[in-house]
Design a protein around this ligand. Sequence first.
Ligand code: GLC
Length: 729
Amino acid sequence: MDKKALEALLNDMSTEEKVMQLVQIPGSEYEASAEITGIERGQVKDNVKKLAGSTLGIWGSKRLKKIQEKYIKEHPHHIPLMFMLDVIHGHKTVLPCPLGQGATFDPDTVRKGAEMQAQEAAADGVHATFSPMADLCRDARWGRIMESTGEDKILNSRMATAMVEGYQGDDLKDRNYIAACVKHYAAYGAAEGGRDYNNTELSEHTLREHYLRAYGEAIKKNPAMVMTSFNSINGIPATGNKFLMKKILREEFGFKGVLISDWGAVGEMINHGFAEDQRDAALKAMMAGVDIDMCSGCYSSSLEDLVNTGAVSVQMLDEAVLRVLNMKNDLGLFEDPYRGIDMDAGPVITGESRALAKEAVAASLVLLENKENTLPLRKEKNAFIGPYANNKKLQSSWAFSGEDENTVTVWEAALEAFDPESIKVSTGCTMLDQDTMTARGKRHVDNWEVENTKFMAEAVKAAEWADTVIMCLGEDFAQSGEATSKVSLKLPAVQLKLLNEIKKTGKRIVTLIFTGRPLELNEVRELSDALMICWLPGTEGGHGVMDVLLGKVSPSGRLPVSFPYTVGQEPLHYDMYPTGRPRPETGPSAFTSSYLDCENGALYPFGYGLSYTLFEFINPTLSAQKMSGSETITAYVTVRNTGAMKGSVTVQLYIRDVTSSRVRPVRELADFKKISLDPGAEEEVGFIINEEMLRFWTAEEKWESEAGKFLVWICNSSRDGQPLEFKLA
Ligand code: GLC
């Protein structure tokens, strides 16, 4: 539909019709099997169901076609309903959780994954996804860190941008693509105490330099939507926050798309103590520029009255409605509400989608320890032990449209790779300690004590039989994701008990950790000869892990988030500001910024990961030692594979602004490149440093660079390398 026709449609709509285009209702109003991802507020009224502009949480081409046919017929202007769904790391073929995708440090792999997700979801009638989550997360207590790509603004920017490109393609009218939604705007990951939905207190310079960056970069790729976050920022809930939504999002970022609230967030401004009632909440959300109210009922109950009484102008209403109609138009829904999709078919998992997923798994795995080259596995007697050894639940709590039966477990992959006589499997213990709380409620196992005693005895026997034991441990899938904040980052006691029992057998131990967040791994590290983070790897988890265990692929993942010695260090991040009393390298000393009982830094730092081969960084160099604002410096290094296996390495460029009008981090990732090298091969890797990369929120509250000395590291993690120096004139 062209612009004029769209405006004619808008002018012909009643106020009620316009208001309802800004209302999103739960999919359960249309389909009993809908996925509910928020607090339900009871049945909506018939007129709302008949006129609501969009719904969420349902998929399936046949069922959506039936809903759409009825809806369009009954709508006074036959405007199509928009179907939205959380497709955050897979629809039918589930990829590694986003934190695992961050660990790939490979935006192109992530873009291809998003493209594949879009094709599968579009084939199921979905029009829009609520992804990428561009929240920066420095706190492992916050369970939604699983849905992020970690603690760094540059890594998050590259990943969020890649996802928007993958989901949306070049033209949303192309039925193989879906609308993207950058969320949760803003700074949701800075929740105080790591407790979900809690308030955030951030200085403007930390907000601008770290927390806002990935949203801003992703918005440059024109995502159809941005979603407001549940939290308040410096005392004002995001969903009613004009500074965030008008000044930053619309004016500075130039966002012209649809601003949708998170589930119920408009109404929750009452709980925040920011709105008096639903009418006041609706008014404050409209004044902040929120276009769609997701499931709070405030717009459907109060917005028409606000317009009729003049509290909200017709112009403001029309602008919001036009943004929603434009989005439907960009998707081609007016011409064809079914987008040319064979709605009787639906998506299928293909060899190609599995291959892409397996590649993504292998690229996401982070090898943390490999004492005496325990890995790759030898073709001898191997026992796979632990609650993740033969577990189909390898996807996250946000992959509800993927079916577990499609998942390949570690054991299933082992059966394909080894002579079945040479391997054994044993559960070893329950996933969780008795009566542990998860996002899905309390986990209770009848005869828990007896069951675990039996499991453990079987596991010890399997270990005694084996030459090497592969322990498959970790955090339950329902212990990360929304509303899963925890004050402990330890593995369940029952899993640690199992690991200690297996250690007593004296066998070589490879420990695989499946998790949606950083965990405390001190004890696991002591007990393991090799240690690898597998995240929540999804449908091809078993195959991807097995390819790396067998050495078909050398591990190349790097940590997108710091793994602490203890939860007491959280929030923890590598790019911290210096202090006036830095802790000496030699250890804590009086009157310095250190802990009496712990290191300052991470057990395993951001950007860290091992390979099966060795890489030498030769002669890191800067092309000049001085540059003016209009010039650039090239930082380069020769990387050589000095080992015996092919491998990939992520060359990381870090910069520190040594003296500035506002303190700057001890180092910040400025760029990265992942390269693959055959044994003995070498490659020169170069990075362009320009003035724009050196800008920050100065004491004068301007986004500028300042002359002075800068340090540069070209290295293999946020903790290694020797600094080079240059001056910005
Ligand atoms: C949830 C989540 C958000 C999700 C939305 C729709 O509450 O916070 O990430 O996209 O509701 O499911």
